[in-house]
Design a protein around this ligand. Structure first.
Ligand SMILES: Cc1cc2nc3c(=O)[nH]c(=O)nc-3n(C[C@H](O)[C@H](O)[C@H](O)COP(=O)(O)OP(=O)(O)OC[C@H]3O[C@@H](n4cnc5c(N)ncnc54)[C@H](O)[C@@H]3O)c2cc1C
Length: 306
């Protein structure tokens, strides 16, 4: 547990109402699992983000930065340290010509709506990815042939040393579900996107088509974190899992989705331990059957070995 004095200091930095203690992470992750975080901060300014990061850095307090929690598996024991949620309080979206300036807490859905209203195309692929722009920048989120790196020109970040820096796309070094920022501990504050003028009716049609494809293929009615594993070179994780006989496989309340084997779902009362065990079982089964090592796409927090 972090000391009461640190909580008081954080409350001073963040302001009343922007800090919760002993906050269940199940309430903040799309898997709907995860134990309590010592401190859960929802800063409403870039300055507060910087001050919390500095306070944690100087005090040796673990800091976990999150957006919408749609790619996280948090352990049942929770998190000792501070969770910094960059969400709706830092979610401004501004359109200037073909450029869209977005704060990291804006959801992809909000950005897609703003682009549609401004008659700008190119972001439709992300409209149904249930995360924040910050999470998308860290993960280089992608779907249906598009990825964040196709549309992002630059990102503004807080560096590990505490400086606000503007990184070009080359410096962000995006790859498949990875970025330099994710690997080096940068906090994403915002991004500049470059989109193309297009007919709003056509943009809307593309968004509707992709949403319909998602609905048909994915178990959107059940808690999950999307694709559990990364796509291994030359394969599809879901197909390997299905062919290894794991579709519908259960550990406690965790289940390999019957609709899409690439998704692990919380079928009711799953614990994080259930989900983790199921992931380990599936990865071991696929390795044994096909000799392919599945790597989690979902970020594991608080498991000790992750
Ligand atoms: C139903 C469903 C469908 C999905 N479909 C897709 C899909 O098609 N394509 C896809 O790529 N993903 C998909 N996902 C996964 C997920 O939505 C993406 O990975 C998304 O980009 C995560 O964003 P987030 O804000 O939720 O990040 P979080 O889950 O909160 O965090 C994910 C990672 O990003 C880091 N992070 C988040 N915000 C910041 C920030 N501001 N600064 C620094 N680090 C940060 C966290 O530390 C963590 O490492 C899906 C998930 C669900 C539940």
């Amino acid at each position: 547990m972090i000391p009461i004095s640190a909580i008081k200091r954080l409350r001073g930095i963040l302001g009343e109402g922007n800090l919760l203690t002993d906050e269940p992470m199940a309430a903040h992750t799309t898997f709907r699992v995860g134990g309590p975080a010592d401190a859960f901060a929802t800063p409403d300014s870039i300055e507060a983000v910087g001050a919390v990061a500095a306070f944690c850095r100087e005090g040796g307090i673990p800091l976990y930065v999150m957006g919408c929690g749609s790619n996280l598996l948090v352990a049942d024991a929770g998190l000792r340290g501070v969770v910094l949620r960059i969400g709706p309080k830092l979610a401004d979206v501004q359109v200037e010509g073909e450029q869209v300036r977005v704060q990291a807490g804006a959801t992809n859905a909000k950005v897609a709506r703003a682009a549609l209203e401004a008659g700008l195309g190119g972001f439709e692929f992300a409209a149904g990815i249930p995360g924040s722009l910050g999470g998308a920048a860290i993960m280089n989120a992608g779907a249906y042939g598009g990825e964040l790196r196709d549309v992002a020109r630059a990102v503004t970040c807080l560096s590990p040393a505490g400086e606000v820096v503007r990184l070009s796309a080359a410096e962000a070094d995006w790859g498949y579900r990875r970025s330099m920022m994710g690997e080096r501990g940068y906090i994403v504050l915002g991004a500049e996107l470059r989109l193309q003028p297009d007919d709003p009716a056509v943009i809307r049609q593309r968004m509707d088509d992709l949403a319909a494809r998602r609905n048909r293929k994915q178990p959107l009615d059940m808690p999950s974190a999307g694709s559990t594993f990364k796509r291994p070179e030359g394969h599809f994780a879901g197909k390997l899992i299905q062919d290894a006989g794991f579709q519908g496989y259960r550990v406690g309340g965790a289940e390999v989705s019957r609709k899409h084997a690439g998704f692990v779902v919380n079928a009711g009362d799953a614990t994080a331990a259930d989900i983790r065990q199921l992931m380990d079982d599936v990865a071991a089964g696929v390795a044994e059957r096909f000799g392919v090592a599945l790597q989690p796409e979902v970020r594991l927090w608080g498991f000790g070995d992750s």
